[in-house]
Write a protein that binds this ligand. Sequence first.
Ligand code: PBG
Length: 346
Amino acid sequence: MTKSRKSTTNFSSTPPPSFPNTRMRRNRKEPWVRNLVEENRLSTHDLIYPVFIIEGKNRREKIDSMPDVERTTIDILLKTAENALEQGIPALALFPVIDSDKKNITGKEALNSKNLICSAIRELKKTLPEMGLICDIALDPYTIHGHDGIVDVNGKVINDETISMLCKQALVQAEAGADIVAPSDMMDGRIGAIRTTLDKNGFQDTSILSYAAKYASSFYGPFRDAVNSKNLLKGDKKTYQMNPANSDEALREVALDIQEGADMIMVKPGLPYLDIIQRVKENFAVPTFSYQVSGEYSMMKAADKNGWLSYEQTMMESLISLKRAGSDSIFTYAALDAARIIKNNI
Ligand code: PBG
């Protein structure tokens, strides 16, 4: 008979040896011993760098609400990508900023195989084939109302019509060379539909990173500035993104997306949702990513600029907290800074 778990020593029920036999501070006495007993470590290979892309040549634009983050044209992006790769960052997450004359009510520019994002994918793959490219699937950069899907006359985001757009959007991006498509729209059933579309068209090897537990968060504010959708968005995204009060619901979302064929799962935002990351990782043991979103980044930058705390220190502490909770990899606007700090510390 196999030993039942109950018959093995249960450390939690044995009283721990107490002070003065145990002195927890002995393992903290010097940097080298602190390193030896360190339980979690952040590597540059865990970092995914989100970038904002604009039309044109040799242009950079500052984003007021995201200090030190820029929107750049593809030629500049190629240099950024090369630098990121040299720093050991394995992948970029690409976000296009669409000119307003290309936005419409359905977001059909998303399906144009020569649009900004597809051009960026092609150029990046041509120059840096070894850099992983993760591409957002959602209509919000392309719609005049800033929603992630198609809306009906009453302004309601309609699920199934949106899914057929998302499938085509995923297909044009896979054709352009995207390695991972990342639906961030929170429509029901889109993972299965996108998987089927990709497979039917010969893209069995294109991965799907599902934003399965994406919350209706105010921490996305600066991102909506960055992609110029803030002033367009009427209302909020609460009919499709999750209620921040819920946690069991995240597990149901994740279970469905895994069944439908997701290769990786995203929890978003990051730091306010560490409990969700931990539950997802513990329950499903699948690759679990988290997103240190724009608001998290900008809060640290703003406080640093006021001299209230250190951006570098709080950013690194947040990243290791995301790892400790169970994130395998992390999307962060601080990826280049974090990579530099990691390299200097080794
Ligand atoms: C939209 C999308 C959003 C982010 C990534 N993809 C914003 C939103 O849902 O409104 C936010 C990322 C960030 O705040 O850094 N599909």
